[in-house]
Design a protein around this ligand. Sequence first.
Ligand code: ASP
Length: 432
Amino acid sequence: MTSLPWYRKPWAQILLGLALGVVWGVAAAGLGWSQFTNDWIAPFGTVFFNGLQLIAVPLVFASLILGVTSLRDMRKVSRIGGKTIAIYIATTAISVTIGLGYANALRPGDYVPEGLQRELAEQYREAAESREGQAATMMEERGPLAMLEDIVPANVVGASSSNRNMLQIVFVALIFGVALIRIPDNKGAPLLGFFKGLEAVVIEIVGIVMRLAPLGVFALIARAITGMAGDDPQQIVQLLGALGFYCLVVVGGLATQMLVVYPLILKFFSPMRLKRFFPSAAQVQLVAFSTSSSGATLPVTMKRAQQDLGVSEEVSSFVLPLGATVNMDGTALYQAAAALFIAQSLGMSIGIEGQLSIVLTAVLVSIGTAAVPGAGIIMLVIILQAIGVPTAGVALILGVDRILDMIRTATNVTGDMTVATVVAASEDQLQT
Ligand code: ASP
């Protein structure tokens, strides 16, 4: 880890961008500089946001193919593979349900001031109406298996031409990975090398785009405040209050997953004592918190799981790298809560069908989310599309995303360690 002074660390700079954006937004709203903010500041926010979106398709594609090909050992450990994936999906489903439960019970989006809710709804109405219209015609004209039809694209290039088709990309990547495992090693090696290179390049680009984050967040929040809150300072304060409450709801959900669900799983399905688990997990969580990347934390996760928790090398070297890519309980919980928050702030209500579709898409989407900073919010767009909420609503929560990213990444890695412990225990490969 670097020994930069705290004020040079990315998270501190982003928080600074956020704070300055708030100050600018409030001042501009008060002094009537909204137009100037729109013309000269907002574009930096758009550039940052587009930069993140730009890499979503190659990121998902490369990291999923590599995730699948790491199952190469599956012939050897097919039993472990099936078990691991089943437990990963189960913990993620529990996590999403907790996120939905909290966001439904506490309804943080309702605290967005009413005038602002109306303005937001007005601003996004057209998009919402056309999407609702689309959803309605789709339901009328198409049968219940329409989603299945949508998953398989007829054209790969077509599928990758829009970030909307991410599930198709996920499908193509999965089938590509499986085929890559099945062909002889000498034929597959160049492609495997290519995808490793592609993933490395894309992750590097994420890093470059993230350097823009302080400026991008500054611009986005300034624009959000001047554009959405009109010129009423009281509404701005209320909006910030609502955002703070939304953060508390997400953090409350993550804490429940980390401090209640994981301990219960460990207690029932392994002989692991919590006194041994948590001090070791804490070190991993700290790295995850400061890097916001389960991928970057992976070497530490593996070392602690083997050395402190007594998980065998065979289990940890299969379960943990797979988990870093596909198991993101914290991310899925956050995405569910964020989707509801955005819907609530736009005055839209999400019925039981919508909630179920959040559970399904959040589980699937968290599998395809790359283990790098900020990936979760890019993929949130897919969930919003699935439930017909205007994706532009993401702008509302971008400013507070980094801090939530840090906490959800810490949850993600704790989930990986929990599942590795349970799988090792079930295979008799846990040293107690
Ligand atoms: N940063 C998270 C991770 O690496 C992914 C996300 O953005 O939620 O686990």
